[in-house]
Design a protein around this ligand. Structure first.
Ligand code: ISE
Length: 324
């Protein structure tokens, strides 16, 4: 039987999730959408039901699983509503906009005794990152010592406020660095460039590895995410993310997209495919609510320590047994 997916929030990512559910995911279909902007909801629904509010979507018999892609501040409350309704949810990152709210989601899921929340840290499904991890895990570069991340956006979205470069963008590197290294982050230090952008964030892991990240919100030339891991016997890096190389006006090279949707199209498709498979039978395979909580907790601590000139010590509570 085909799984009916309901999508809450049809902005940049929500409309991509709706498109994937409607057209590209085996065993699933788009059952309906909700967005505060009804016109935007109708456009993303492409004929599927437009629900009058998110609660009606979650409660509907036609919706077997929910994608939460509304503004960051609504994620935790909607994830809790999905847990209450017993419906699997793929919640866009971050899991919550505060650590306290993220912890409430973890606690509710632990109380339910079943993992049913996956957090949309889609880089875990990107073929390049997966290959880096496979090579590192099979000893292909020796013991890791450093991870260099680069995260460049063309320009900060207009809805960006305050420390969102950390809580909305850098959270990706927190998650992917924990996943790639298998280590926990124990300290962080932030240097800000002129006017506060770019940021250079250096973290230390509990195995002594160094993780450096350039978070650049207004890099102008294109959307560009890169990572290189250095080990005792070699290095492994993402290859240039382009299907083609173009020559024009006396120059040649790869072509960068404007935002993350084309860059991570494959990762998002694979993420939803695996999530649908797990919703039918099994446990979600991507970032768990616990991973979402840890990423948000670290981001909050990094943002709070930004003004200081000393490294910030990072701490997270012990992992509940539900998360292995
Ligand atoms: C955005 O919300 C995303 O999740 C993108 O992947 C990230 O690159 C961008 O910086 C965020 O604002």
């Amino acid at each position: 039987m085909s799984l009916g997916i309901g999508v809450i929030g049809t902005g940049v990512m929500g409309s991509e999730h709706a498109r994937l559910a409607a057209r590209e995911i085996p065993g699933a279909h788009l059952a309906g959408v909700f967005d505060a902007d009804a016109g935007r909801a109708r456009a993303a629904a492409a004929g599927a039901t437009v629900f009058p509010d998110p609660r009606a979507l979650i409660a509907s018999d036609r919706v077997g699983a929910v994608v939460i892609a509304s503004p960051d501040g609504t994620h935790a409350e909607l994830a809790l509503a999905c847990l209450e309704a017993g419906k699997p949810a793929l919640c866009e990152k971050p899991l919550a906009s505060t650590t306290a709210e993220a912890l409430r989601v973890v606690e509710a899921e632990v109380a339910s005794k079943r993992r049913s929340i996956q957090v949309g840290y889609m880089r875990r499904f990107d073929p390049g990152y997966l290959e880096m991890k496979r090579i590192k895990d099979t000893g292909g570069i020796g013991a890791p010592t450093l991870l260099h991340n680069v995260h460049r956006n063309v320009r900060a979205p207009e809805w960006f406020t305050g420390p969102m470069a950390v809580t909305n963008s850098f959270v990706h590197e927190i998650d992917v660095s924990r996943w790639l290294t298998g280590s926990e982050m124990v300290s962080a230090r932030v240097e800000a460039g002129p006017g506060g952008d770019p940021l250079m964030i250096t973290m230390r892991t509990d195995r002594g590895e160094i993780v450096s990240t350039e978070v650049h919100m207004n890099a102008a030339y294109g959307y560009h995410v890169h990572a290189e891991m250095v080990g005792r016997e070699g290095t492994v890096a993402l290859a240039p993310p382009s299907l083609v190389s173009r020559n024009k006006e006396g120059a040649g090279g790869i072509v960068y997209p404007d935002d993350w949707v084309p860059r991570f199209a494959d990762a998002n498709r694979r993420q939803m495919t695996e999530w649908v498979r797990a919703a039918a039978a099994g446990t979600p395979v991507g970032a768990s609510a616990w991973d979402g909580y840890v990423a948000s907790a670290i981001a909050e601590q990094v943002a709070a320590g930004m003004a200081g000139d000393r490294p910030t010590a990072l701490s997270v509570p012990a992992r509940p047994s539900l998360y292995g």
